[in-house]
Design a protein around this ligand. Structure first.
Ligand code: ARG
Length: 571
């Protein structure tokens, strides 16, 4: 189905062309003030200069000459020259019936681009900090939103599986490994020996050079060190996978940093031969023009080792050359902004093969208010604890609200709602602001929270359960009767869903969807409290309201799905 905004855009465009003989870009806004129409356009103001008339005059001429059609009921001038648009009820009805039946037409988007999304990307045998959890949740949502709007997406987990930490881990492994712990809880043991290394090397600086030697051996193909390296990676991936499974998150690729090792020398050759990188104090460095305000970027250290930026340049080349992508989206916390600015700039200078669309979608740092998890959470296993805690708390609420549900179902519901609560809390934040994690705000069944939305959905399902299949006369094709403001508001709101999804996709801001779902749930609650649904005695009205409830459920479910959140039928 074609988005209503787009239909209006076309209709207004055609009429403007006929009446004024100009090609004008038309912008359509939803209006949210009562009595000001369903939509509005400002084209009369925008074209005032071109047409040499004042906007209200243009608007009046437009209204007087606008041709009769099936979409628009009437037009009105507002303020300095806005035109408010009122839709025909019949049109709303016919569009409304398509919700959940027809796919949305997103062909107006630039969605032919094959896009890679680089997210989650934890560092092996190191703490998977809360930033990685955020990257995972936000990345997954952006992937869902873009797929929904027609993009071909590759989800790539760019694991940090290379670098100096491996030399240290090998030294720690040789000296301090507790075999029993390693068997029982390998990742915790790896973490312990890594921390131990940092502590010990403070008193014994020689350890650092031993670690460097182990790293050198690893890099030059030493068999034992390579075996250990693989072992550490396997252990870590297994742990991450538990979290991914629980969060219902999947990747198409796990091309970690080490995947690009062999391609790095080639990158350096290109940088040097084209004089983009120059030698500086025995290192290879890219200096930028002053107007870029970028710090110089080291691409090879004086000991010959490559850097994070070098591996990202190799990654950029590979993705284009081998995966044929047109666009790359990187999701990390705000601290990597300079890194990506430098890397993108170098790619731009390199040009062909490197120079395609890239976006760094960064997010603010999350902190823990009550301190409970602030020190323990960082670690991968403790992320599981975080999810367990959410589940446990939800379970308590369900025991109170709905004690009659069988135990195993309660268990399933708590898992879904608990995880949904954490995801929703993350995604409903303004992406670029700092966030404070507060359990009360995460788990509340009221307000802008995951549980509230899931509860709204479950409430609609309970309406359907009460109908017990005796849907006299009701089917999905029932006419909706836009008898009252609340019914009209709710219908238009539901029809606005795809438009919100487009905006969320264009700005990489899932919180726009969260805000929209919250408004929709609130509007539904008002409707639910004001009107009889199943108990309505007027059959036509009853069927209309059941249809409204059913389409609300459909949109809530589809919207939550874009946030990676599942629904339950009762809770
Ligand atoms: N592993 C990195 C970190 O934890 C994130 C990687 C992001 N992706 C990339 N292509 N650089 O900081």
């Amino acid at each position: 189905m074609e988005l209503i905004n787009k239909q209006l855009e076309k209709l207004i465009y055609e009429n403007v062309k006929n009446i004024f003989n100009i090609d004008s870009d038309i912008e359509i806004q939803s209006s949210n003030k009562k009595g000001f129409g369903d939509f509005a356009t400002n084209f009369a103001m925008v074209n005032s200069k071109t047409l040499g008339k004042n906007p209200r005059e243009i608007a009046q001429t437009f209204i007087d000459n606008f041709s009769e059609n099936d979409i628009i009921e009437k037009l009105e001038i507002a303020g300095p020259g806005f035109i408010n648009i009122f839709l025909k009820s019949k049109f709303i009805n016919s569009e409304f019936k398509k919700i959940g039946k027809e796919d949305y037409d997103f062909s107006f988007l630039d969605n032919g681009k094959k896009t890679i999304i680089d997210y989650s990307s934890p560092n092996i045998a190191k703490r998977m900090h809360i930033g990685h959890l955020r990257s995972t949740i936000i990345g997954d949502s952006i992937k869902r939103i873009m797929k929904f709007t027609g993009f071909e997406i590759l989800a790539d987990n760019h694991i940090g599986d290379w670098g100096t930490q491996f030399g240290k881990l090998i030294v720690g492994y040789d000296r301090w490994l507790d075999q029993k712990n390693y068997e029982e809880d390998p990742i915790e043991e790896l973490e312990r020996i890594y921390v131990k290394f940092s502590e010990e090397s403070k008193n014994d600086p020689e350890l650092e050079s031993i670690a460097r030697e182990e790293l050198r051996k690893l890099q030059s193909g030493d068999e034992r060190n390579n075996r250990l390296w693989h072992e550490f990676i396997d252990i870590s991936l297994k742990e991450y996978d538990k979290i991914y499974k629980r969060l219902n998150i999947t990747f198409d690729l796990y091309n970690g940093e080490s995947f690009y090792n062999d391609m790095m020398p080639d990158i350096l050759d290109i940088l040097v031969s084209r004089k983009i990188a120059v030698e500086d104090q025995d290192a290879l460095v890219v200096f930028f023009d002053e107007d870029t305000k970028l710090h110089p970027c080291i691409v090879q250290k004086k000991d010959g080792s490559f850097l994070y930026s070098t591996s990202d340049l190799a990654t950029i080349k590979y993705r284009r050359e081998v995966l044929h992508i047109d666009k790359a989206i990187y999701i990390t916390d705000e601290r990597q902004q300079d890194h990506f600015r430098q890397v993108f700039k170098i790619a731009e200078i390199l040009g062909d093969g490197f120079d395609y669309e890239k976006v760094h979608v960064w997010f603010g740092i999350m902190r823990f208010k009550d301190g409970i998890f602030s020190t323990r959470l960082g670690n991968i296993i403790k992320l599981n604890d975080l999810l367990d805690e959410a589940k446990k708390e939800v379970r308590k609420t369900i025991e109170i609200k709905n004690p009659g549900i069988p135990d195993d179902e309660k268990e399933k519901i708590s898992e879904i709602v608990g995880i949904g609560a954490i995801k929703y809390f993350d995604l409903s934040q303004n992406r670029t602001s700092p966030v404070i994690f507060e359990w009360e705000k995460v788990l509340s069944f009221e307000g802008n929270t995951g549980p509230y939305l899931q509860y709204t959905y479950a409430r609609i399902m309970s309406v359907f359960r009460k109908l017990n299949g005796e849907n006299i006369g009701y089917n999905e094709e029932s006419e909706i009767i836009l008898e009252s403001d609340i019914e009209r508001d709710l219908s238009l709101m539901l029809l606005n869903f795809p438009n919100i999804v487009v905006k969320a996709g264009e700005t990489y801001r899932p919180n726009l969807i969260a805000d929209y779902l919250f408004e929709t749930a609130k509007t539904f609650s008002t409707f639910y409290n004001q009107k009889h649904i199943a108990n309505e005695t007027d059959l036509a009205l009853r069927n209309s309201r059941i249809t409204l409830a059913s389409k609300t459920a459909h949109v809530l479910k589809a919207g939550l799905d874009l946030l990676g959140i599942k629904t339950v039928d009762r809770m």
